[in-house]
Design a protein around this ligand. Structure first.
Ligand code: ZN
Length: 164
């Protein structure tokens, strides 16, 4: 559903509510993204997008529970159910990507970042991105050798801190 001009007043109210304590440019960008995706601009959608976009360490890949905890710590009244619902909406319109790891662990990140894969620290839960063009080419070769083109790929390494 495309936002109409009648939403302008409401959008302003939402933005005023969310703007406090957050970088304006990040919110402006999140607002543009929601509109481009045809989603109504709401405080919940904005604050979750803004949180996932924060350049601070650990913000890029977050579980729904972590997002909920962080927003609550920042004083936002939002339920875990709402966080899940908004994340599903953002995923459905391509703004957010969901990654499912073994054991049911699920994390979310902003979609359309450069192609990359992940490693998951099985002890601490940290997520590290990596990208290796040689691995990608090799996987394409393997698919081609079996008569396929790769349409999507996701490589996950489950890792543990190496003993020193
Ligand atoms: Zn990632």
């Amino acid at each position: 559903m495309l936002p109409s001009t009648s939403n302008a007043a409401e959008n302003m109210r939402v933005r005023k509510t969310v703007l406090s304590g957050s970088p304006h440019s990040a919110l402006r960008y999140a607002t543009q993204q929601l509109r481009a995706a045809g989603l109504k601009v709401t405080a919940q959608r904005l604050c979750i997008l803004e949180l996932l976009r924060r350049p601070t360490e650990g913000s890029a890949h977050l579980s729904a529970e972590s997002i909920h905890d962080r927003l609550r710590q920042e004083g936002r009244a939002i339920s875990l159910a709402t966080v899940y619902r908004v994340l599903s909406q953002l995923e459905a319109c391509g703004l957010v990507a969901r990654h499912r790891f073994l054991g049911g662990h699920c994390i979310f990140e902003i979609a359309n970042t450069d192609a990359h894969d992940h490693m998951l620290d099985v002890d601490g839960g940290a997520i590290v991105e990596f990208s290796d063009p040689i691995i990608r080419l090799r996987l394409q070769d393997i698919a081609a050798a079996n008569g396929y083109d790769v349409v999507d790929q996701e490589v996950t390494l489950y890792v543990r801190a190496a003993a020193i």
